[in-house]
Write a protein of this length. Structure first.
Length: 742
């Protein structure tokens, strides 16, 4: 069949975003993806997918997962306390709370990552990135209720490959990366990739402490070993390590136009944000440190009926979050919270041969994910004791120390099957089914100790147990996939699909609450078309989607801590267009756009706060409002990207000139809509010179956010005098990079 013949060609060149090509290129290159756990032509997979290769990432100057929205409309990535927060087509939740996982699952080489530390996702050895939109509840499944990002790293071969980069940018930023790969023996190949970022100056300053703010230092390393004892068997071992220390993404300044301050005598004072958007005024240290280590062993063996695959993984994430938690110059409250997370996974797959009368896959999946969390909350005002109802000491300046120790253990089991039947030479029916069962256990204890003005009262002098929490729940769900696709011609394919996905329930650990957040379930309906037009010089993919979301998980501040709760119903619908065009032998461009309407259909008891101008917010646990009809957080109505590249060939060498523009119509950060990003557009540019006679060398001059748009990267909801603190996004950055590649 024509479809099967085209799908069997594995060509890993070209992708959405791979813009600079030789002048003789007549059209677009074929894109091969593994969205259905087998190699297939992107244009023949009935899923809305954005795929970007290493070349595309380089030309768009994308060096980290956080930059992907520059090429993928509808994707929102923000950096929080040591993790990336991912939202896609209006679905997601800020997964920075310990023990929680993202609604947009992230896989690296088939291995699921429950935690997303930013340093680990510096993209310097990537073969391609696939962004799968909509629930992936069959083949991948683990909490992929809103979509999935699959990062495929480079696989070493017998030939020696070297790529080395050094760079320097403003804010006294040094970058360096190295990739080396090749054969060690006839049957063994290996590679290693390392990337370091050292930013000596911050985007702004902590004016009170006279220190840099908005900086990062990070190191990430990956190695891969590929052993092929026979033509039928391959063993791949991947190991990785990362560490970082940063103040980026940590809320530290007040959101303008909202009240902030303390109303406790004798420290009645309101706070105003510094004039410089990237500055802060804090009296306590604020930073985040983390490190991670992991290993993945993938075994593949070809049988007569198909390929048997085993993927075994282990990960450990440690982080330490220190925050001036009153977000002000006053010494009211400090947060100090180390945590440790360990993850073990095992997956078995049996994938049919291409010669099978129909395509099928069977799989089993297991994951254990354990979180150990401890925190110290130190404050002058004991109202900040985070345990149950606000604990108010009738002495306004009591020196209170609250400690929380909690643990959550998740055991997840799943079995799945997916089949694709060829109804005719041009029509295919895909069906999939998955059963998932999660057992979630949590326990924790909260203690309070106070001194100074309360030292004469024994109750406050000795540590007191304020709360002991424990719980155990089992969540199970059947998810599925139905898709029908038809090849109308060799260059036009249409499809319709219906998918169900879910994100499992999770306990709140700050502190452990009596009941967990319920699972989030999404029914997704989509119709789309994938086209290659004008002699393969235009690739155009369009889709329309409707998501009906039951029990969407929502992060909020309940007056004592960040927790996950459930709304009743939400809906997200929209239209998406994505493409790439070869305009001339020297000019090509990629583009994407999403129009979306995402709102709560029913959220009658949404949390809110009571503002207290000119001070901050009043402690108001239990204050609610009807958020039905309110926009979903981080769900902009319109996003748009455009990235042209022009190639100039001359006697001295070749110059590639690239622009990339990412427009966002703005969005709110929480159901109340009090904090929001106004519309903004980020303009990036890059010029690369490759000298004639030295094809291994490149010099790149680049700039990001050239118009220095001011936008918010992250927020912290606070039902307290701390008010509405935010973390600014990056200002204008620019620099130069030198690359040697063999």
């Amino acid at each position: 069949m024509e479809r099967m013949k085209r799908s069997s060609r594995i060509v890993l060149l070209g992708a959405l975003g791979a813009m600079s090509m030789p002048a003789v290129s007549a059209g677009l290159e074929e894109i091969i993806v593994t969205a259905q756990r087998r190699s297939e032509n992107l244009q023949e997979v009935p899923i809305s997918i954005s795929a970007v290769t290493a070349q595309g990432l380089e030309h768009a100057n994308i060096t980290a997962l956080a930059d992907l929205p520059n090429l993928v409309s509808g994707l929102i990535t923000t950096q929080g306390a040591g993790v990336f927060n991912l939202f896609l087509r209006g679905v997601g939740n800020p997964n920075q709370t310990p023990g929680n996982e993202a609604s947009i699952a992230v896989y690296v080489d088939g291995m699921y990552y429950a935690r997303l530390p930013p340093a680990l996702f510096q993209l310097n050895n990537v073969e391609r990135v696939e962004v799968l939109k909509g629930p992936q509840g069959t083949l991948f499944g683990r909490n992929a209720s809103g979509g999935l990002i699959h990062i495929v790293t480079r696989t070493p071969g017998q030939e020696t490959a070297i790529k080395a980069e050094v760079g320097y940018g403003n804010f006294d930023t040094y970058t360096g990366s190295l990739y080396v790969g090749g054969g060690l023996t006839e049957n063994l190949a290996a590679d290693v990739a390392v990337r370091v970022v050292g930013q000596q100056e911050g985007w702004g300053r902590d004016l009170l402490r006279d220190e840099e703010f908005g900086w990062e230092d990070s190191l990430a390393a990956r190695a891969k070993f590929v052993y092929t004892p026979s033509d039928a068997t391959t063993a791949t071992l991947g190991v990785d390590y990362s560490k970082s220390e940063t103040t980026i993404g940590l809320p530290a300044r007040q959101f303008e136009g909202r009240p902030h301050g303390n109303f406790f005598p004798p420290l009645d004072v309101s706070y105003t944000p510094p004039e410089n958007f990237w500055d802060a005024r804090l009296n306590d240290d604020t930073r985040h440190k983390d490190w991670s280590v992991g290993a993945t062993l993938k075994l593949e063996h070809e049988l007569n009926i198909g390929t048997l695959v085993s993927v075994t993984g282990y990960r450990r994430f440690d982080d330490h979050f220190i925050q001036d938690a009153d977000f002000s110059p006053q010494p009211f409250f400090q947060y100090d919270a180390p945590s440790e997370m360990t993850q073990t996974t095992q997956e078995f797959q049996l994938v049919s041969n291409e010669s099978s009368p129909f395509q099928w896959q069977l799989g089993l999946f297991y994951m254990n994910y354990e979180t150990d969390f401890s925190a110290r909350f130190h404050g002058l005002v004991s109202e900040y004791a985070l345990a149950g109802p606000p604990f108010f000491v009738p002495v306004p300046l009591a020196d209170a120390l609250t400690t929380i120790n909690s643990n959550q253990d998740i055991d997840s089991y799943a079995a799945y099957v997916q089949t694709t039947f060829n109804l005719s030479d041009r029509t295919n029916l895909t069906t999939g089914l998955r059963y998932t069962k999660d057992k979630v256990e949590a326990e924790g204890v909260t203690r309070l100790q106070a001194s100074n003005l309360t030292s004469l009262i024994p109750f406050f002098t000795n540590p007191q147990v304020l709360d002991v929490g424990a719980g155990e729940e089992t969540f199970s769900k059947v998810t599925w996939r139905l898709a029908l696709d038809h090849q109308f011609s060799d260059s036009v394919m249409g499809y319709v699909s219906y998918n169900r996905g879910f994100k499992a329930g999770v306990y709140n650990l700050i502190p452990v609450t009596g009941a967990p957040a319920e699972p989030e379930v999404i029914d997704a309906y989509e119709v789309g078309a994938k086209m290659e037009l004008f002699d393969n010089r235009l690739r155009l993919n369009v889709s329309a989607f409707l998501y009906q979301i039951d029990d969407p998980q929502v992060q909020t501040f309940d007056g004592t801590s960040l927790i996950l709760i459930n709304a009743e119903e939400a809906e997200s619908k929209g239209i998406e267009i994505e493409g790439e065009a070869v305009i001339s032998s020297n000019l090509r461009a990629n583009f994407s756009a999403v129009w979306m309407d995402a709102e709560y259909k029913s959220f009658k008891n949404a949390p809110t706060v009571v503002q207290n101008p000119p001070y901050g917010n009043i402690q108001s646990a239990g204050q609610t409002f009807d958020a039905s009809g309110q926009d979903l957080p981080r769900a902009p109505e319109f996003t748009f990207t455009f990235g042209p590249t022009y190639t100039i060939n001359g006697a001295a060498g070749t110059v590639d000139l690239s622009l990339n523009y990412n427009y966002n119509s703005g969005f709110i950060f929480d159901p109340s809509g009090i904090i929001e990003n106004d519309a903004y557009g980020l303009l990036d540019a890059r010029a690369v010179f490759s000298p004639a006679g030295n094809p291994n060398f490149r010099f790149a001059f680049w700039g990001k956010n050239l118009t220095e748009e001011k936008y918010i990267l992250n927020t912290a909801e606070n039902d307290s005098p701390g008010g509405f603190p935010v973390a600014p996004g990056a200002p204008r950055t620019y620099g130069v990079t030198f690359t040697y590649e063999l």
